[in-house]
Design a protein around this ligand. Structure first.
Ligand code: SF4
Ligand code: SF4
Length: 386
């Protein structure tokens, strides 16, 4: 049986390497080449590199690493720093990385070279093909001109990323792309401040004498915590989970290694109904919001979710679980890791019992292992996001 040709695959990031390697492994002996000296800051570069090594190990291919020669890359793009993404700077950046790949492929006797850059729907395959063919002629190595986004290549990379729990960057890599991302985040935060003023002024549920609207957070929070409704303590402090139930909740987080202040600074915390629904039937402070109140508040919750863009959604109590996951949802979901599309966003969902109702949770003794499993899942989720 003839040996498969050797191919040097330029890897721009770990997620994109997955679907490309999967597609090529039957036809080529693939060696990965991580060469992305434009990535800043260095910690981000190291993170992406170590994810690439993780993919290589799990999927079973060799991975070479190019130098982190940021200065040379900066010289190459000098004067193009303010170019928009997909503009001239990106064209030079592609060529810079692809030329190095072609040169290494030639020096090391590979038959072909190519790049994972075409996986992204934001990346131009025409540029890659033209550059690849020119470099192929210059270095005497074949260029595999394949557009890896075709046939669901990008979708497949998302599936692999989820399966391997890979880090997915939220900017392309270079310093100008990071600045651009930060500008977008600042704009989103500004827009959130406007939205939050509007929400605080909501008087849709006319029956409330004191409709203080309780929530806490900002735009782009990777974790979102949704409870039932504020109680009297929350009404006074205007901070969710600031009463006795909150104290229990923060104990749970502290046991997992996360302080309340840290979670408050990094998560979006809200409730199904954001105004105090009054005392419960026995004078308790955890009255269930009426269905009308829940209906009125639902569009706000959806908007909060849009701003927060969470990856992990923590639902506290059965009212939160039922309102978001559907009527059938119950405390049986405690201890399960749920992946679901909610308001057009795929999120991981963890359901926990409401701290104030823990003692009333039927057969708490029997449910304790489920509860502990739920906290374990929560820790894994928090560790990967915060
Ligand atoms: S935006 Fe991406 S492709 Fe463009 S120059 Fe920066 S790192 Fe390179
Ligand atoms: S509960 Fe929601 S919808 Fe009703 S007044 Fe408060 S914020 Fe508005």
């Amino acid at each position: 049986m003839s040996e498969k040709p050797r191919l040097l695959l330029h890897i721009c990031c770990a997620p994109d390497a997955t679907s490309v390697f999967e597609r090529l492994k039957g036809r080529f002996q693939v060696t990965g080449f991580f060469y992305n000296p434009q990535i800043e800051p260095k910690e981000e570069y190291d993170k992406r590199l170590s994810e690439a090594f993780k993919v290589a190990e799990v999927m079973g291919f060799d991975l070479m690493r190019g130098e982190y020669d940021l200065d040379r890359w900066m010289q190459a793009v000098r004067g193009l720093e303010t170019e928009p993404e997909k503009g001239k700077r990106c064209e030079v950046c592609y060529g810079f990385r692809l030329e190095k790949t072609a040169r290494v492929a030639s020096e090391k006797g590979f038959d072909y070279f190519t790049s994972t850059l075409s996986v992204s729907p934001h990346k131009s395959f025409d540029w890659l093909r033209q550059m690849g063919l020119q470099l192929s002629a210059k270095y005497g190595v074949g260029f595999l001109a394949e557009d890896f986004k075709k046939h669901d290549g990008f979708k497949r990379s998302l599936e692999w990323s989820e399966k391997l729990n890979l880090y997915r960057q939220d900017y392309c890599g270079c310093s100008p792309s990071l600045t651009h991302r930060q500008d977008i985040i600042a704009e989103q935060e500004e827009s959130f401040q406007e939205f939050s003023k509007e929400l605080r002024g909501c008087r849709k549920c006319e029956e409330f004498l004191d409709p203080a609207v309780v929530f806490e957070g900002g735009a782009n929070r990777p974790v979102m915590i949704v409870g039932q409704a504020p109680g009297r303590h929350e009404l006074a402090s205007l901070r969710p989970f600031s009463g006795p139930a909150g104290r229990k909740l923060w104990f749970w987080f502290a046991d997992l290694g996360y302080e309340e202040s840290y979670i408050r600074a990094n998560a979006y915390i809200t409730a199904i109904a954001k105004c105090y629904p009054g005392l419960g039937p026995n004078g308790s402070d955890d009255a269930v919001p009426s269905s009308q109140q829940r209906r009125n508040c639902m569009p706000w919750l959806e908007a909060e979710f849009e701003y927060a863009r969470p990856k992990l959604l923590i639902l506290i109590g059965s009212i939160a679980a039922k309102t978001i996951l559907g009527k059938e949802a119950s405390m049986k979901l405690v201890g399960e890791l749920i992946t679901k599309r909610i308001w057009n966003r795929k999120v991981t969902v963890i359901v926990l019992p409401h701290p104030s109702g823990l003692n009333r949770w039927p057969q708490m003794k029997r449910n304790k292992p489920k509860f502990e499993k739920g906290l374990g899942l929560l820790k894994v989720g928090l560790d990967s996001l915060l």
